[in-house]
Design a protein around this ligand. Sequence first.
Ligand code: ADP
Ligand code: ADP
Length: 234
Amino acid sequence: KTVIDAHNIKKIYNPETVPVVAVNNVHLHLERGEFTALVGPSGSGKTTLLNLIGGLDKPDNGSVIINGVDITRLSANKLIDFRLHNIGFVFQSFNLIPVLSARENVELIMQLQHVKKAEINVRVTSLFRQIGLEDKMDVRPAQLSGGQQQRIAVARALASRPQFILADEPTANLDTKSADNLLDIMAKLNKEENMTFIFSTHDQRVIERARRVVTLVDGQIHTDSSPVSVHADY
Ligand code: ADP
Ligand code: ADP
């Protein structure tokens, strides 16, 4: 089953002044259950490509079809709603809401989706078990390590039951042990729940965990190892 089908997408920043072609004629097809790393030098377009696939930015050309819907043709409000229900985001700086507890951070997205309170409680319990932080539900992000915060961010991304999780340099601010632990959790979710992941990274240890590696150079796909529909290794 196709989850992401980006066709001939292009993104140009500052088209009127000093144009920067950040993503150029990219085709990218992802199937359910993939565990894909997006790699390439700094400035090669990884963040831009993830933003286009995640509907955080619009391409200047081409289409981005997520679960059969061309998100480049949605109105701004429809796009927000589509993202909420279909795409989970994990960022390098965690981006948890500091005044909310870990549990409230994870619950928020389900409240926005109007999930019933009883169902939210069931999902929260199960999510905190999956990330191994059952004992940290009621603390605020500042009381948690970076690795723990990023695990909360993964739980938050999963809470909406997305089609896929998109992670931009998820281990960039983590020490080696926390990064390995985060990858263990992501790989387990991939294997046991068939959750689809695409993550950008510079980290060789993280790249080695991917089943498919797509390399960008100057906004274009340079190499693609391309085995699809296979699970992460442990
Ligand atoms: P990466 O994530 O691989 O480091 P980016 O997608 O951040 O690459 O950037 C790709 C190119 O686009 C770079 O040349 C970068 O300087 C440029 N760029 C990124 N964001 C903007 C922006 N908002 N305005 C102008 N240029 C940008
Ligand atoms: P990364 O390498 O993780 O993509 P960057 O340092 O390239 O991070 O970019 C961080 C932020 O700055 C992003 O939001 C990106 O869009 C923006 N940015 C990057 N390059 C430029 C640029 N040349 N002009 C304006 N904004 C930029």
